[in-house]
Write a protein that binds this ligand. Structure first.
Ligand code: UDP
Ligand code: MG
Length: 140
């Protein structure tokens, strides 16, 4: 399998509870390399753009509010099959359905505050990385 890059966000429920390092430990244990990382406060507009695909869903407003409720950590992860692998490390969107040992099973508070985001396909990974990082910030 090819070396890929995927985009990750550690959500405000993680930074609020001082769990950035604990989540990063699971990422690194899975063989994914954090090749870029920064802690940022995102604006409402940025959150709405980022999750625009969900604009019509009933949870959209709550999702945006939760993403701007505190700092997030945006990251680029690199590794063999990184996009699919990180989705596995994340676990199911609903933490009650996530496998043991996954980020969401171990840390998520609810389906909304589910600790982390990971790109779902190569196309979205490319778009999401470009939204948050310039080329010089990726140090593979
Ligand atoms: N979400 C929610 N309620 C739902 C489904 C999703 O609050 O019923 C939130 C949750 O934070 C999730 C995000 O919206 O991570 C994006 O949803 P998606 O279906 O893309 O899940 P993901 O790709 O993050 O697993
Ligand atoms: Mg998604």
């Amino acid at each position: 399998m090819a070396i890929e890059r995927t985009f990750s966000i550690l959500k405000p429920d993680v930074t609020r509870r001082n769990l950035t390092g604990a989540v990063n430990a699971l990422i690194e244990k899975a063989g994914l390399r954090i090749i870029a990382q920064k802690r940022v406060l995102i604006t409402k507009g940025q959150a709405e753009t980022f999750y625009a695909v969900h604009r019509e869903r009933p949870f959209f407003g709550e999702l945006v509010e939760s993403m701007i409720s505190g700092p997030v950590v945006v990251q680029v992860l690199e590794g063999e099959g990184a996009i699919q692998k990180y989705r596995e490390v994340l676990g199911a969107t609903d933490p009650s359905k996530a496998d043991p040992g996954t980020i969401r099973k171990e840390f998520a508070l609810s389906i909304g505050e589910n600790s982390a985001h990971g790109s779902d396909a190569p196309e979205t990974a490319t778009i999401e990385i470009a939204q948050w990082f310039s080329g010089n910030e990726l140090v593979g």
